[in-house]
Design a protein around this ligand. Sequence first.
Ligand code: NAD
Length: 262
Amino acid sequence: MPARVCVLGPSGRMGRAVIDAAAGRADVTIASAVDRAGAPTVGAQVTPTVTATSDLGAGLAAAEVYIDFTTLEGTLSAAQVALARRTPAVIGTTGLGPEQEQVIAELARVAPVVVAANFSLGVNLVLGLVKQAAHILGPDWDAEVVETHHRAKRDAPSGTALAIARAIAAGHGSDYDAVKRHTRDGDVGARPRGEIGVSTVRGGDVIGEHTAYFFGAAERIEISHRATSRVIFAAGALRAAAWVVDKPPGRYTMLDVLGFAS
Ligand code: NAD
């Protein structure tokens, strides 16, 4: 039986992509769709059988799992309602803060939850590659991450850039928060050994580009990923939804879903 999915934010770029990608898949079916009151799709049909609502409780009651690509407020309120219902979750909203992390941790104690800043297969492979590169090259090779996204993106640096930078820190065996440098401005001095820089570019309709640089003496390695369609994130999130429904409570990553050893 296909997993019955509640899609949050059907008016948004990712919510729409999830609905489109679900059509024709055998492992999932869209059972409900919930957006904030006043959002364009509320009251409108988003699939031949589903009308979007702003009633989160009703939306979750109709489904076995929900997929959340919304905002910090959307993620917080959905996880709070899901907590009471023990609804499995797939969460892709980025820029999560302590408030969201806490309620997600509470939800993960009673239901299985997949949280990923990036649901694409390629980016999850890149996370493993940069960790391995950082481990082999060490902190004498200066590691920097540059990310580019469309002008409407709210959070910076991107969640994916942070995941890549954290993977580099893990490869170095360093504490990311002690070595990170998010964008430089002014008289910042020479680059300390082991620093990991993350820089942000915003413009146009770029879906998402990330490059990890490793600068050695007289040579340089670049590991890049470029997304050219949101379909990759939507398909990954649907795969995660089908995977997570029968898992025990806990917090999982896309590496778990894909079966990659971390
Ligand atoms: P968007 O602005 O196009 O859509 C956001 C949607 O959320 C809208 O439909 C909006 O009405 C809805 N929303 C806002 N508040 C809500 C609430 N309280 N309850 C329910 N719905 C609510 O944004 P987007 O480009 O679709 O991105 C959404 C999020 O997903 C961002 O955080 C983005 O960074 C992230 N994202 C993650 C991945 C990934 O692979 N993890 C990929 C792409 C985007």
